[in-house]
Design a protein around this ligand. Structure first.
Ligand code: ZN
Length: 144
């Protein structure tokens, strides 16, 4: 793994996401989403054999990180749950305290802007989490 916790490779027309099995569950979740981001955002290109994490540009790394955090801790859901601190975000979203810290910083800005649910896709995400949000506020957190 060359020191990384994950990698995505294209091999014989199959896509594989490799994850360090020693990594923590929160790290594995983040890594899988980061690598999936590379795939869905088209970073693997048409390379027929393999393209490893190390071939990605810094801008692609940032995009994959944004994809991962948007998937694991959607801003509109955090807003719906009224989550602000890294500790709250880490606990509810099952992400590392470090990733949650970055998300909390971003959320501070988004809370100030207060433009949640202005995009149709964001409303769609929110609708998919509406029952989860309702249960959270009702004190029946299910899987927490
Ligand atoms: Zn990457």
């Amino acid at each position: 793994m060359n020191g990384d916790s994950g990698e995505i490779i294209l091999y014989q027309n199959q896509v594989y996401i490799l994850v360090d099995k020693q990594a923590s569950p929160t790290r594995k979740r983040y890594t899988v989403m980061h690598e999936l981001g590379h795939y869905l955002l088209g970073h693997l290109g048409e390379t027929p054999l393999s393209r490893s994490e190390h071939a990605c540009k810094p801008s692609e790394e940032q995009a994959a990180d944004k994809f991962a955090i948007d998937m694991l801790a959607p801003a509109c859901v955090l807003w719906g749950l009224h989550l602000h601190t890294p500790e709250e975000i880490a606990k509810v979203c099952h992400i590392s305290i470090q990733a949650a810290g970055y998300r909390a910083q971003r959320m501070k800005l988004l809370y100030q802007r207060n433009k949640f649910l202005s995009h149709p896709l964001e409303r769609k995400v929110y609708a998919q989490f509406s029952e989860f949000i309702r249960q959270y506020h009702a004190g029946k957190p299910g899987n927490f």
